[in-house]
Write a protein that binds this ligand. Structure first.
Ligand code: ADP
Ligand code: ZN
Ligand code: ZN
Length: 666
């Protein structure tokens, strides 16, 4: 007789533990690890679903008391991959809190709810008719890294590898070389990239080299399409998967390497429970599977670079752009001076003259603005009132059709003529959005051809790819966009990058504001002059002396790292200290506080610093109150112990409505 331990699908924290069931003879061959099965549960034998997390041949209780598995909903075929993923899920539950069922749902392969239709590749890879592979001979800097990697791999050096390489230094070529080496050993490769907008060009380069042995995932795929790709991965029909953070959980039979490109990117931190760090989770998964783990970035996160600094990661540098392409020349423009000189336009004189020059030379320009929509928030210039969403407590965005829209819950109202607070008529949109930049460009430069890339223009499936390939094909002179255009794109004819308002990300209320600004500026600057033509960058700002701006202008990562680390040290922030954010959520404000009271009492019995409780940055979303608390210490394990105690205390409580959410170093 065999028995299955099953984690049931429920939101009750108290039921988040394995229950044992008998596997009846007729299902013996179909039930496997990771299978989704239907079982009778509780006194009423209610039929519910659950995941099989363990199979054994001993009953833990009296045989007669065990019920039978009723039905297999979906079976998994790759036992080894699923076994590893289940282990990863329990590690995630330990580290990030929440329930095991939540972690399992996050890592286990999607089960297709529909009959699988034959899927067509929705990224047309041409990119069987593959793009010609560029004959590339690695330069000495690249070769040194690849060789050191191979030697380490053969010798069983399991330390993660961090490549800090300036933009355009040939990191992607290095990854492909490493991946090639590993898949020749009959293992598989996971290539993580931050944004779906990068899928297209990464896929093109990889499929040119690896042909139909590579596939990709992204959030725009349907469940059926994802399922189809997972099945291919399980069956060994592909060797490489490219995708965002969730691609880490691809059920390959024998994962040999995990590459994480643009390691610093904020999208690698999961926005929902379990709020996992992709870097830590990939590191753990590499440990479980015996795979190599390689990260790369021009601007590694402070946390990752610190790990390299203290010897936990192997650090390699790529300090030069390939084929002698020079790093761009950077001009910092003080916007206060522009105003003094009577220039009220969103383009400084410097930027205007450089754009005109590029248009004349038929070279391309990218303009970057960290803002979406026509105009940003609406405020009163007389009294300072800011128009906010009544449900979410975030400022509403002014859209061109005259509406005010909440970007969290979708609440929409009409634009007002007078300030609701003081009645003045000086109420309006405060800052330019990408749409307005495009408008101004057409006023300033007659006949200019523009493309715009932001959340609004990329909503439709395939829209990213369309805009990028149109720009790459020279169908526009200027690409205007939000941070989406900053990441990794490689356009040979772009020789000018303008950052219209560097300050926008400097003043967000986050200890990482400086780091984020440095990243954005360095990456944006890196888009200029990628080939033989030299590039220039204009950074417009109201704070030209800020270190995030000056170090980015100098493309000096190490300088920024040291300065920022000493600030973090001084103020007690990660990576030197660790922060656990505990959020209490409830429809009832007092209850949200109540949830935190218990947490505070527990935290106070430990040697940690407790800050709060306070309103979360967004204190109410969809009429749910969010109250938060920060727990700080230099001992990460201590935070996990506190989290465990808080969760245990909640489980013991009878009446637990509302819920709790943990975020580590988020
Ligand atoms: P990164 O990922 O660091 O931004 P890429 O790998 O995209 O850099 O390289 C930038 C460009 O240089 C790409 O077009 C790439 O094909 C090319 N390249 C990279 N390495 C070499 C090399 N050794 N010789 C010639 N071209 C190279
Ligand atoms: Zn007012
Ligand atoms: Zn709202």
């Amino acid at each position: 007789m065999s028995y299955a331990d099953i984690i049931i699908e429920t939101s009750h924290e108290k039921l988040d533990r394995p229950f044992q069931y008998r596997i009846p003879e007729e299902l013996k061959d179909t039930v496997s690890l990771g299978s989704l099965v239907r079982i009778p549960f509780g006194r009423g034998n209610k039929s519910i679903k659950g995941y099989v997390v363990n199979i054994s041949d001993t009953a833990q209780v009296d045989e007669d008391r065990l019920k039978d598995v009723k039905e297999v909903v979906y079976a998994d075929t790759s036992e080894k991959a699923v076994d590893n993923l289940i282990r990863l899920a329990s590690w995630m539950k330990e580290c990030y809190g929440g329930t095991l069922i939540n972690s399992l749902k996050c890592v286990l392969p999607v089960k297709a709810p529909v009959r699988i239709r034959k899927t067509k590749q929705d990224i047309d890879t041409g990119a069987e008719d593959y793009e010609k592979v560029k004959e590339i001979i690695l330069n000495p800097e690249q070769e040194r890294i690849v060789n050191a990697f191979k030697e380490g791999y053969e010798a069983g050096d399991i330390r993660p590898v961090l490549i800090q390489g300036v933009t355009g230094s040939g990191k992607t070529e290095v990854y492909m070389e490493m991946i090639d080496f590993v898949i020749r050993k009959n293992k598989q490769a996971i290539m993580l990239i931050p944004e779906i907008s990068l899928t297209y060009q990464t896929m093109r380069r990889f499929s040119a080299r690896f042909k139909d042995r590579v596939s990709y995932l992204h959030s725009g795929l349907s469940k059926g399409e994802k399922y189809d790709r997972f099945v291919k991965a399980q069956r060994g029909e592909i060797d490489i998967i490219i995708g965002p953070r969730s691609a880490l959980f691809t059920p390959f039979p024998d994962t040999g390497i995990i590459v994480m490109d643009e390691e610093h990117d904020a999208s690698y931190h999961s926005g929902q429970m379990p709020r996992y760090s992709t870097r830590q989770t990939a590191e753990e998964y590499a440990r479980i599977t015996g795979a190599a783990f390689v990260m790369g970035s021009a601007t590694p996160s402070l946390d990752a670079y610190y790990q390299a600094d203290i010897g936990n990661y192997r650090l390699f540098e790529l300090n030069n752009r390939v084929s002698d392409a020079k790093l761009p020349r950077v001009h910092i423009v003080d916007l206060r001076r522009e105003l003094e000189n009577g220039n009220r336009s969103i383009f400084s004189e410097k930027l205007k003259s450089l754009i005109a020059d590029r248009l004349h030379k038929k070279e391309q320009v990218m303009l970057f603005l960290n803002r979406r929509g026509y105009a940003g928030f609406v405020s009163c210039r007389k009294c300072g009132y800011v128009y906010k969403c009544p449900h979410c407590d975030v400022s509403l965005s002014h859209h061109r059709d005259g509406s005010l829209v909440c970007h969290y819950c979708g609440y929409t109202t009409k634009m007002v003529k007078n300030c609701p607070e003081c009645g003045s008529k000086y109420i309006g949109g405060m800052r330019a959005g990408t749409e307005q930049v495009v408008e101004k460009l057409h006023e300033e430069f007659k006949g200019v051809k523009t493309l715009r890339m932001d959340m609004d223009t990329t909503r439709k499936k395939g829209a990213y790819e369309k805009i990028i390939s149109a720009f790459a094909a020279g169908k526009a002179d200027i690409l205007v966009g939000t941070q989406m255009i900053v990441k990794g794109h490689d356009f040979a004819n772009v020789t000018l990058v303008g950052i219209l308002a560097a300050d926008m990300s400097l003043h967000i209320s986050d200890y990482r504001a400086g780091e984020r600004t440095f990243e954005l500026l360095t990456q944006a600057a890196g888009r200029a002059g990628r080939s033989d033509k030299e590039g220039e960058v204009v950074i417009q700002t109201y704070s030209p002396e800020n270190p995030a701006i000056t170090y980015a202008a100098a493309q000096d990562y190490k300088g920024f790292y040291l300065e920022e680390l000493s600030y973090r040290n001084l103020c007690g922030y990660p990576p030197l200290m660790h922060i656990m954010k505990v959020t209490g959520l409830s429809e009832n404000e007092d209850e949200a506080y109540g949830i935190l009271d218990d947490a505070i009492n527990i935290a106070k019995t430990h040697r940690v610093q407790v800050i709060g409780p306070a309103d979360d940055g967004l204190s109410r979303i969809n009429d749910i109150y969010r109250k938060c608390l920060l727990v700080k210490t230099d001992d990460h394990k201590e935070l996990i112990r506190i989290k465990d105690e808080i969760e245990e205390a909640r489980e013991r409580k009878k009446d637990t409505s509302g819920w709790i959410d943990f975020d580590f170093d988020g």
